[in-house]
Design a binder for this molecule. Structure first.
Ligand SMILES: Cc1cc2nc3c(=O)[nH]c(=O)nc-3n(C[C@H](O)[C@H](O)[C@H](O)COP(=O)(O)OP(=O)(O)OC[C@H]3O[C@@H](n4cnc5c(N)ncnc54)[C@H](O)[C@@H]3O)c2cc1C
Length: 630
């Protein structure tokens, strides 16, 4: 007789973006994993917009992929549209973004998870953690059905579900997402063990019946004619085999009449009437917040985004609202193209518990309970990409710890993921944390095109990224080097290239000039130059698009990249200077009271971490360095 297996290496609670990546990573590395989630029909639900990536977030998805996570592959396979954002700016700003088929995205995640050996599922609500008698470590979980499951580590990825409360106008409904119940018990128990929790809020716009939209009154926005991918594995997908099939998005605008109509609902607004206490995402405000805060603006841009290949439902990006349903509907009718739009689902706001992430180590293990990890929205972040990358790191690090290995800690100059976790753990956040390129000091190093160079080999050594990934990185590296060598050693002939230079308004050359030097001119790129130069065209024809692009970026921005690299290396020498865990800050009499309190509270592991604690200034670091004998 087969009995219920209740013992695992790692239990992952929650199957959102963080939970899916955590479970996949840990199981793919060889742990026996149980993924417990409240509803198996909602595995990998996109709670809000059906899109992945975008500015800075796209870089994170590339990094997840380079590390051997699955979000990039699944986003590629479920894409209905691809756009490389910011192509007109420097390569540090290029950011891939897909519009996705919501249902397909979730179905593919489930399929991938079900194909992983050593990964089991259980549908239930985790109600409490099993904690050792001395209160030092987590030993498992107990579910709502009363089943105890034991494990050596637990990863909590509860998202917006912890004591979730949904607001629409004056209505308040307990729930973790529309139509799903809230999770109760975990916050209360952890608070008893000394954890601090707080409240945040987020919101979502109405979903509309696409058959009732007049797209002729809107601006059409198509995908790129040659879509890139998130995954370095070049997975195949509908939009990659047939780019012309990509679905368009549309743009429309609010107007003063829409704003006036929305204002009629302000007296019933949960946000303006103080019923919502939690702080929302500053950079993703509700429409009522926008017209209130930016009252001088008479219109706001809205993106009308398809929800998938086989549905008429569309998502109204930019119109997030918790105003009463009637007000949402009547305001919609005043927007060009939406005069007859029928809502499928109204917008709503949701408040939930999170745990300020300064309670974590950089491995995402909690400081208070051994072997308990937090990842995703529970740490005060917002966004699928931010959640997914934390899940991946928590899953990897839980597995590494159980196998007596050091955790994988990515630095700020190695990955956006490193920036994110370092910010969370050292600075904390009291509003939903979202990634921006401006948060990274070394964004020219952290480009979307080189995440594989930065991360795949590292992950492969730890047992996650496959050997085929590393092989393809090495191949790309060799190709890139060969292209650079050709550009540095070969020259273009004036008679061949001058017609092309005339065409793009660049000065003629009077004698042979190295391709490398020509590339530094604005407006010149390898592919265009090769169209005019048969020698070059012949040479590059045997190289991949990725290697050509990589070589071009490395040559065009060589000076800047080198400078950033040198700065990063200089800082990293100090950054990685370790501080003994038992270092006694109280012995440093010249430290101010605030610095003393902060150092004692955060107990930074390195000088780098110490320098990023909010409230710590360079003078405090100098004092600390002197006392460490530096
Ligand atoms: C209404 C709404 C609007 C949003 N708007 C935006 C936005 O505008 N921009 C943006 O970037 N992000 C937005 N988000 C946030 C985005 O959805 C999250 O950042 C992301 O989904 C977080 O991923 P996660 O894995 O941490 O949690 P989630 O995706 O929320 O997944 C949590 C999972 O945990 C499960 N779970 C929870 N508690 C338990 C338990 N006790 N036992 C078992 N299973 C449990 C749930 O069933 C679910 O599967 C919004 C979310 C919501 C709900």
């Amino acid at each position: 007789m087969l009995v219920l297996n209740t013992e695992y290496d790692i239990i992952v609670v929650g199957a959102g973006h963080a939970g899916c990546e955590a479970a996949a990573a840990a199981a793919n590395m060889g742990s026996r994993v149980l993924l417990i989630t409240m509803n198996m029909q909602t595995i990998a639900q996109m709670s809000c917009n059906p899109a992945m990536g975008g500015i800075a977030k796209g870089q994170i998805v590339r990094e997840i992929d380079a590390l051997g996570g699955l979000s990039g592959i699944i986003s590629d396979k479920s894409a209905v549209q691809f756009r490389m954002l910011n192509r007109s700016k420097g390569p540090a700003m290029w950011s891939p973004r897909t519009q996705n088929d919501r249902a397909l995205f979730a179905a593919l995640w489930r399929e991938e998870l079900e194909s992983i050996e050593g990964l089991d599922f259980w549908q239930d609500m985790v109600r409490e953690l099993i904690i050792s008698q001395d209160g030092s470590s987590v030993l498992g979980v107990v579910t709502g059905m009363g089943v105890p499951f034991y494990s050596k580590a637990v990863v909590l990825t509860n998202g917006t579900f912890l004591n979730g409360k949904i607001h629409i106008g004056e209505k308040q409904i307990g729930g973790g997402r529309s139509g799903e119940s809230a999770s109760v018990g975990i916050t209360e128990q952890l608070v008893q063990y000394g954890f601090v929790s707080s409240r945040m809020k987020t919101g979502t716009p109405p979903r509309i019946d696409g058959r009732t939209i007049d797209y002729n009154k809107m601006e059409r926005q198509d995908g790129d004619p040659l879509p890139y991918r998130f995954s370095y594995l070049n997975v195949d997908s509908k939009i990659h085999s047939n780019p012309s099939k990509q679905l368009p998005c549309y743009i429309t605008y609010t107007n003063p009449a829409v704003h006036a109509e929305l204002k009629t609902g302000f007296e019933k607004s949960p946000m303006f009437q103080g019923r919502i206490q939690g702080l929302g995402p500053r950079y993703c405000p509700s429409i009522e917040d926008k017209i209130n805060r930016f009252s001088e603006r008479d219109r706001h841009q809205l993106f009308v985004e398809p929800e998938g290949w086989n549905t008429v439902e569309v998502y109204l990006n930019g119109f997030s609202s918790s105003l009463p349903i009637e007000v949402q509907q009547s305001a919609l009718a005043l927007i060009p193209g939406l005069e007859y739009a029928k809502m499928f689902r109204p917008g709503y706001a949701i408040e939930y518990d999170y745990f300020p992430p300064t309670q974590l180590n950089l491995s995402l293990e909690t400081r208070l309970l051994n072997n308990l990890y937090f990842a995703g929205q529970i740490n005060g972040t917002t966004g699928y990409e931010e959640a997914a990358c934390q899940g991946l790191m928590a899953g990897m690090n839980a597995h590494l710890k159980l196998n007596s290995k050091d955790p994988l800690i990515l630095s700020r100059y190695e990955a956006y993921i490193g920036v994110l976790i370092d910010d969370l753990v050292n600075k904390g956040t009291d509003e939903p944390y979202r990634m921006f390129t401006s948060r990274a000091e070394y964004r020219l190093l952290l480009r979307q095109d080189n995440a594989d160079f930065r991360l795949s080999a590292k992950s492969n050594l730890l047992g996650l990224a496959s050997q085929s990934r590393v092989d393809s990185v090495q191949n790309k590296y060799r190709e890139t080097e060969a292209i650079i060598a050709f550009f540095k050693n070969n020259s273009a002939e004036p008679v061949v290239l001058n017609p092309f230079l005339d065409l793009i308004g660049s000065a003629n050359i009077n004698q042979k000039v190295r391709y490398y030097n020509l590339l530094s001119r604005p407006g010149i790129d390898i592919i265009e130059m090769a169209k005019a130069d048969a020698t070059l065209s012949n040479f590059i024809s045997s190289f991949s698009k990725d290697a050509i692009e990589q070589a071009e970026i490395l040559m065009k921005y060589e000076g800047y990249i080198q400078r950033e690299q040198e700065n990063a290396e200089k800082l990293s020498r100090l950054e990685e200077l370790k501080i003994r865990p038992d270092f006694n800050y109280n012995n440093i009499s010249s430290l101010g009271a605030e610095a003393l309190e902060k150092f004692n509270k955060h107990r930074p592991a390195t000088i780098g971490q110490a320098s990023r604690i909010s409230g710590i200034n360079p003078a405090d670091i100098s004092v600390l360095l002197v006392h460490m004998g530096r």
